[in-house]
Design a binder for this molecule. Structure first.
Ligand code: BJW
Length: 255
């Protein structure tokens, strides 16, 4: 059986690839110290998602939900991107076309230097007026008023994130689906691959004939479908892949 973690098999594909997409989840930020959602140290081992990350929870108790987000903002503000984020930022210049799609709201890809990031689940550093829908960037930690109110109309602000049962931004989802269906290689990094519709993007890529490269210390529902499966941390595996790619570009593929 083929070794699905064989870098020498991946290199020719990567060297020839014109359109590369990376789709990331909370696992890529784990080495920066941002907790993932599920798993043994996941955020929701301590906080129940149904209580906090839903529109109903916010309607019922905005103060409690905002306390959770304010705590997470404080935690994230102090974190720095890691080697995994930095490789993906570098890849914008390494391929004819490179696109970055993330489920993360922490802003660490941007902090690493990535641009034009498709943020499927929003961004914790943006606040949205519940009345007018206007967006404001806000980096205050902790927030000055709790819960925060719109400076224009005085209505309640909410985090600009996508909660369970809410629709994703249609334009971002459309672009992400299009890029996934049009790529040669898709890297799927640090996601449990269970939350929809994000989990459907690699399947769209697969159906369109792309190669799937998964980077995750644990198996996921995507693993059986992936052409390559690197079982390890993003901050270690992505630099290894990047170093091999640079080597191959410099001295050519071994005969
Ligand atoms: C490492 C690592 C290292 C660790 N290196 N890797 C039944 C009822 C109601 C709804 C549904 C239903 N069935 C399906 C749905 C739809 C629902 C859904 O998918 N639910 C599933 C749980 C089944 N989806 C939605 O509701 C979405 N909207 C939607 O579908 O609208 C239409 C609709 C409406 C109503 C009904 C049905 C359809 C919206 C989803 C929004 C998700 N929002 C959150 C919160 C964002 C805000 C916030 O952060 O507070 O997004 S939930 C949470 O999960 C967050 C994440 O982006 C998302 C994905 O998590 P992720 O990133 O994969 O993290 P983990 O923890 O799951 O995995 C981490 C991975 O990293 C692990 O695999 C580790 O091994 C790995 N790892 N260290 C690399 N160093």
């Amino acid at each position: 059986m083929e070794d699905r973690s064989d870098l020498s098999r991946l290199m020719p594909l990567l060297q020839a690839a014109d359109r590369v997409v990376a789709s990331t989840g909370s696992g890529i930020s784990a080495e920066s110290g941002v907790p993932t959602f599920r798993g043994k140290d996941g955020l929701w081992k301590t906080y129940r998602a149904e209580e906090l990350a839903t529109p109903m929870a916010f309607e019922h108790n905005p103060h409690l939900v905002w306390e959770w987000y304010d705590w997470r903002r404080q935690l994230m503000a102090a974190k720095e991107p890691n080697a995994g984020h930095r490789v993906l930022a570098e890849w914008a210049e390494s391929f004819p076309s490179f696109s970055l799609i993330t489920q993360n709201i922490d802003g660490l890809h941007a902090k690493a230097g990535s641009r034009n990031i498709l943020e499927l689940h929003g961004n914790i550093w943006k606040l949205r007026c519940t009345q007018e829908g206007t967006l404001t960037e806000n980096y205050d930690v902790p927030l000055e008023e709790m819960p925060p109110l719109c400076s224009q109309c005085g209505s309640l602000l909410r985090p600009h994130v996508v909660w369970f049962g809410e629709s994703l931004d249609m334009d971002i989802l459309r672009q992400s689906t299009q890029l996934s269906s049009d790529c040669d290689i898709m890297f799927v990094v640090g996601t449990s691959a269970i939350v929809q519709p994000a989990a459907s993007l690699p399947m769209a890529a697969l159906e369109a004939g792309a190669k799937i490269v998964e980077v995750n210390p644990e198996p996921t529902p995507l693993t059986p479908h992936a052409h390559f499966s690197f079982r390890g941390k993003a901050g270690e595996i992505l630099p290894q892949i990047n170093d091999s790619l640079k080597q191959v570009r410099k001295i050519g593929l071994p005969r």
